[in-house]
Design a protein. Sequence first.
Length: 337
Amino acid sequence: MTDTDPTPSSELIPFIEWDQLPALRLSSAAVSEHANPVDIMLADLTSPNSRRTYESRLDGVGRLLPVPMPARSIPWQNLRYEHVVAIKKALSDSGQSSASVNATIAALRKITEVCVRLKLMSRGDMMGVHDVKPLRTSRLPAGREVRIGELEAIIRRCLSSDNKAAAWRDVAIIGFLYICGLRRFEVAHIDVEDLDRENATLSLIGKGDKERLAYLDPGTMTAVKNWLVHRGDFGGPLFLPLRRSGKVIYDQGGVSPQTIYDVVKKRQRQAGVENCAPHDFRRSFGTELMRQGIDLPTVQRLMGHADPSTTARYDVRSAEEDRRATRGLQLPLTSDV
């Protein structure tokens, strides 16, 4: 090999100055001379919601320090078992819920894993942090079930609008939320090419990069067909933004997850339905499948969950159903005793 020959490493990994990476914040020397563990951790998460949650939890820990500091300024490689125990107690004593405290513990576990991979922390010290047990918690399911009568009222209100483009778009959006149990970011990112209209299926990649099929009913397919009349039947994002006049906006890409939220809130208020959010349609999807006796693994697969315990939390059948289930139990005691 001559002096001018490239080394094997330079052939495989071109040399890049760290300050040439615009998306990567450089850390202080106290954290790392190469990369900030917080940036690396966030970059490794696929869900924007998870990134926001983890960063918020680590910033919250920073506010507990004698000298408050943002997450990126904290030397996370110095985190130890006793620190996490103290953080857990401080958050619990401050009145935070068990779920909130446990979310912070999960973020601390994640950041120590990154520190180990960056060779800033020993695996033994990381395992010490992982040994801190989360708080035990048991809560009633969050959110609520959208009843069929409420769904009918929302659909009727949509279709009564003079703005037919918005009407059919919004009905299709609600169909994907309720009939397919999609998350709002999944609805926002549907492309026309993802639809198999002949077989009434949708292929999508959801949270955790998991690919799954969703199955559409005739009503949702009708809404999609009528929306495409106004949108135009060509490739690209299925749902596009609209002007107040109903004119489709083609040069801004697809709608955002916030638009999906706004559509649901607007139509819910117009229909006079009790407060509900996009995720309540997903909860209703899971609840109705379980009510029909569909086994948990199947519901888990249809919802794109990695953990069956997550799926089980989507069972939000009402207290009235619980009351009916226990009505046959009677204490042998009359009221005139």
